[in-house]
Every structure is written in structure tokens, then in C-alpha cells.
Design a binder for this molecule. Structure first.
Ligand code: IPM
Ligand code: MG
Length: 372
């Protein structure tokens, strides 16, 4: 319901705490635009925000010696809602894995038990031509949700080490899944599918991996409680191909941490650019929202980064943390409307579009939010 001329869409009169973790590279640039959108949307619904900024990643290494300082974790635990930018740059590449900037995001996921990562792969109708796929394949649009397990698998399994052997240096990582970890992420996927097209494609490598066999068995068990949702299984290599051949077959993709990392980057291309894909990491008491692109050090500081993934992550915060799907919709419609007018940042493959810088993109979206 739009109350044009009055500003506010609703009178919630609430104030939410949000921890901002801009991080490295383009992180601070895109978070700045996301905050503008957060405030503009808050104004429309009469909601205020108490923003608390803290260091993570390389920025935190420089300030404190640690990529994830204890104070940052404490602030996240206290204030619950987290907006994350990106971490990492070649400057810190030679640090041991425990000290690298990426530890910040991995540590937060683990510390806060954010096991459910939701990555919507949505192609805005106004930018179908940005997708590298043929238009026949895109006829029915792209609307997929990837549910990636986020706190298990080879990302966190033990043992992990390097050692010198008589044959040279050996490195070990270990893939581990417990059935309870698979069960809870499967429940998340089925619940989400129930509100959509009622189809889950579970992706594994059960022809080779023991963890994947347990994955498949457990997902099958969970599916018994969801007779209204169709369950299919695909091997990850086949899924990588199917995403390009026939993306319309997918509704909800449920998969483990490693496969989810890879498939979500692949799938993002279907939506025109990784610069358009937001995410929510849920599960524990806290919730973290972040664009799925990284810190893009090659374009950092040049005002070229696309803030849309961060802006849509704010939309997901409204939907999942504040239970305001209508605010998420307002943000999505505003983004679509700006893209419809052919504006984009230069980091996306938009052909002849009107190139604007990061800040202008944020401003254009804010203007729409004010008026819609
Ligand atoms: C992602 C990223 C992270 C991951 C990196 C930055 C550790 O690629 O969120 O997809 O591998 O999970
Ligand atoms: Mg990734």
C-alpha cells in the first residue's frame, strides 16, 4: 500500500541495531551505498537504525593484528544483525591460513553458527541481455535459490595441515558432514521450496564421496515430511552443466559448502553478473547479510564497483531479520526500475548501457525508493 506524499508506508516506529563490517577492497564502497538504501527504506516505513561499525579482514589485520578481532565478534553477538562487505587482497595472501583476511568471514560463520546460506539467483527482467546465455534459454527467466550449507564440509573439517614427508610437502584438508548438519540445512531448503515452486534439487557427489552418500540418505529422510515438494538429486558435475543448459529446471538447489561456493559463482553469471547477487547467512541467533562477490581489489577505490548485490542484501535483511518482505520488494523494484532505465556500473557486462559510478548507482536507487 503506497501512501504517496506522506513518506512513511507504515508506522513501525522501531529502531534496529546493525553491525556494519565493510572490510577490504570494494567492501567499504558498496556498504556505503547499501547504508543509504537502508536509511531511505527505513524512512519509508518509519524505522530507524543504530549503526555500529567494526573492523574485519585485512583492515582489521592492520588495526589489530587479527582478521577477526574478539571485539568484532562480541559486537555481532550483541547486536545480531550484520551487514558485511568483503575481505581479502593480495597484500595479505602470504599469511598463514589462520591469519588471512578470509578467516574473518569463515570465523563469523562458524562462531555464530550461520549454517544456512541463502543465495537468490534472479535475473531482473530489465537486463536479460546482460546474461551470456541465448535468449531462448532465458525465455522463462532465471529464478533460483541456492541453499548452501555454510559451517561444515572441507571448509572446516579436521585434520587440516601441511607437513614435510620424504616425498616432499603434503597438504591435507578433510571433508566432514554429520547427519544433523545435513538434516537442518535440508529442512531450510524444503521450507523455502514450499513457499515457491515446490522443487528441491539436492546436489552432491554420491558416486564418489562418503560425505555425499550420507548427504543423499539424510535429504531423502527429511523429504518424507515434505510430500508436497518434489525432490531430485544431481551430481555436482552434471548440475554445473545443467545450470547452463536448462536453468529453468531449477527452483531450490540444496548443496554442501564447497559445491555451493562454486555453483553459486557459476549461477551468478546467469543473472547477468556476480555484482547482482546478495546473500543471507542464517541459522543461529544472529544473521549476516553480504554480497557474494569478493573484495575485487583490481577495481577498489575506482568507484566502479556495483553496489546492487549489497543493496539487495539489505533487502534480504528487511525480509529475514525484520520480517518486512514488503521492504525487500520495494528495494528490488527500485533496482529493477533503475536497470530498466539502462543505468549500470562499468563492472557489469551491460553492452551499451549508461555507465554510472558506484555512488551514482546508490543515489539513483535511493531516488526510486523515495518515490515508489
Ligand atoms: C563466498 C566466498 C568465501 C567462501 C571466501 C571469501 C572465503 O567465496 O562467500 O562465496 O569461499 O565461502
Ligand atoms: Mg564464493
Amino acid at each position: 500500500m503506497l501512501l504517496k506524499g506522506r513518506g512513511a508506508l507504515n508506522n513501525h516506529n522501531r529502531v534496529y541495531d546493525i553491525v556494519l563490517l565493510p572490510g577490504d577492497g570494494i567492501g567499504p564502497e558498496v556498504i556505503k551505498e547499501a547504508v543509504k538504501v537502508l536509511k531511505a527504506t527505513g524512512n519509508r516505513f518509519d524505522i530507524g537504525f543504530n549503526l555500529i561499525e567494526a573492523p574485519v579482514g585485512g583492515t582489521a589485520i592492520e588495526e589489530t593484528g587479527s582478521p577477526l578481532p574478539a571485539e568484532t565478534i562480541e559486537l555481532c553477538k550483541k547486536h545480531k544483525n550484520i551487514l558485511f562487505g568483503a575481505v581479502g587482497a593480495s597484500k595479505w595472501d602470504d599469511l598463514p591460513s589462520e591469519k588471512r583476511p578470509e578467516r574473518a568471514i569463515l570465523g563469523l560463520r562458524r562462531e555464530l553458527n550461520l549454517y544456512a546460506n541463502i543465495r537468490p539467483i534472479y535475473l531482473f527482467p530489465s537486463i536479460i541481455e546482460y546474461s551470456p546465455l541465448k535468449s531462448e534459454i532465458l525465455k522463462t527467466g532465471i529464478d533460483i535459490i541456492i541453499i548452501r550449507e555454510l559451517t561444515g564440509d572441507i571448509y572446516f573439517g579436521e585434520p587440516r595441515f601441511r607437513k614435510i614427508t620424504e616425498n616432499g610437502c603434503r597438504a591435507i584438508d578433510t571433508a566432514v558432514y554429520n547427519d544433523y548438519e545435513i538434516e537442518r540445512i535440508a529442512i531450510t531448503a524444503f521450507n523455502i521450496a514450499r513457499k515457491r515452486k515446490k522443487k528441491v534439487t539436492s546436489v552432491d557427489k554420491a558416486n564418489v564421496l562418503e560425505t555425499s552418500r550420507l548427504w543423499r540418505e539424510t535429504v531423502n529422510k527429511v523429504s518424507k515430511d515434505y510430500n508436497d515438494v518434489v525432490l531430485e538429486h544431481q551430481y555436482v558435475d552434471n548440475c554445473a552443466m545443467q545450470l547452463i543448459l536448462n536453468p529453468a529446471q531449477f527452483d531450490v538447489i540444496l548443496t554442501g559448502n564447497m559445491f555451493g561456493d562454486i555453483l553459486s559463482d557459476e549461477a551468478s553469471v546467469l543473472a547477468g553478473s556476480i555484482g547482482f547477487i546478495p546473500s543471507a547467512s542464517l541459522g543461529g541467533e544472529e544473521a549476516l547479510y553480504e554480497p557474494i562477490h569478493g573484495s575485487a581489489p583490481d577495481i577498489a577505490g575506482q568507484k566502479k564497483a556495483n553496489p546492487i548485490a549489497s543493496i539487495l542484501s539489505v533487502g534480504m535483511m528487511f525480509k529475514y531479520s525484520f520480517n518486512m518482505p514488503e521492504a525487500d520488494k520495494l528495494i528490488k523494484n527500485s533496482v529493477n526500475s533503475v536497470l530498466e532505465e539502462d543505468f549500470n556500473t562499468s563492472d557489469s557486462s551491460c553492452g551499451n548501457c549508461k555507465i554510472v559510478d558506484t555512488e551514482t548507482m546508490g543515489d539513483l536507487i535511493v531516488e526510486k525508493i523515495k518515490k515508489m
